[in-house]
Design a binder for this molecule. Sequence first.
Ligand SMILES: Nc1nc2c(ncn2[C@@H]2O[C@H](COP(=O)(O)OP(=O)(O)OP(=O)(O)O)[C@@H](O)[C@H]2O)c(=O)[nH]1
Length: 412
Amino acid sequence: MKATGFLLFSILWLMLVGLSFYYQVEDDKKYGQKIAYKQAEMFFQHIVLMRQWNADHGGVYVPVTEQNQPNPYLNATTRDVTTREGQTLTLIDPALMTRQLAKMEESRSHIRFHIASLTPMDPENKADAWEEKALQAFTQGWKSYEGLTDIGNQRYFRYMGALVLEPTCLKCHNEPDYKVGDVVGGISVSIPSASIDDFLSVRLAWLKQSHLLIAAIGLMALLIAYWAQERLNKRLTKARSHLQLAYLDSLTLLPNRRYYDAFVRREWKRATRHHYPLSMIMIDIDFFKAYNDNLGHVEGDQCLRQVARTLRRYFRRSGDLIARYGGEEFCVVAACDSLQIMQLAEILRMAVESMKLPHPESKISQYVTISLGVATLIPRENIEFGDLLLHADRALYDAKHSGRNRVEKYRG
Ligand SMILES: Nc1nc2c(ncn2[C@@H]2O[C@H](COP(=O)(O)OP(=O)(O)OP(=O)(O)O)[C@@H](O)[C@H]2O)c(=O)[nH]1
């Protein structure tokens, strides 16, 4: 992994963790809202149950006190009674009971609930703007309504359920146009959003910590992977440079004689097994001593490099190889027949000549030229690869003695 790769992966990882954090927070917010609405709905169900109990008993008599004053809106002949002992009792109907419970609950937990109607008898039951919307929805068949709104300067999750007229309600609500099953109003339950925010902030802190930890662990793992990769790369580079030192010629960067020998032995064995021809070219720069003497050794080295670079271009196949054989000599081995190797040798000769490297002291050209000796053999058990080398060397000798800057084939 390179430094840019490490940086890219780190950014990707942080983005992933950030995205996970964002979605979990959003999910928790939705979950918090759901809990709030569910809690409000349960409150509503409990109140309805208590009202049912009260209505089933036709209301409940309680002593008249400063807080428990008779309900002026209660339409019942037996609203107030006096016991044999002379104590005055007043009837608490479901509506009054709900209001009294609402006051108790608000001072206890800040959760508010309120009976509301579009046509209230008691002004305390007048609907606020949000409740009006809910009551309007009930007239269109909705059974419940919920939303997040402000009451005063506080935000509340609000739920409102419809109040349906039961047979027991008719005892007090005996107006002519009321019938069982009618929606006569609703009870709204309002839960301060602060209570859910408190719960969420604890969860948020936990999410923050866990995501920071996950991000840090991921970054650490990436860092370790990067560091391990770097170490491995360094070792590989070192091993490669050792290998290069052992098998590459440092001047021309071509394979050296040691590599060449190992390569030829291997190819020789393979060609022996499969009975295909193996060819060799010995290459020698013409009048190179004179080149050195005239232009100096540094220029001589430069000339060797340039010739090597030109020759190397023609060796791309894995079965072919060119190496620096020693001094100003190069050697080629290729798995091909004598016709193909002659063609290749001629191409190499022309390539060097076409470089037009000035050679003032050459007796045959104004440029650097090479002589090439070519030999081909089909390896057999009783022939050695040294024979091929000898043949190529012999052909090179012929090339030198028949004028240089030419290709000669071993003729036996
Ligand atoms: N600059 C430089 N010269 C080298 C290197 N290796 C060998 N030589 C020189 O190559 C020259 C080879 O000369 P000779 O073998 O006499 O042959 P020649 O002058 O090329 O003549 P012919 O081969 O007959 O055309 C010698 O002067 C060596 O010093 C090298 O690595 N760098």
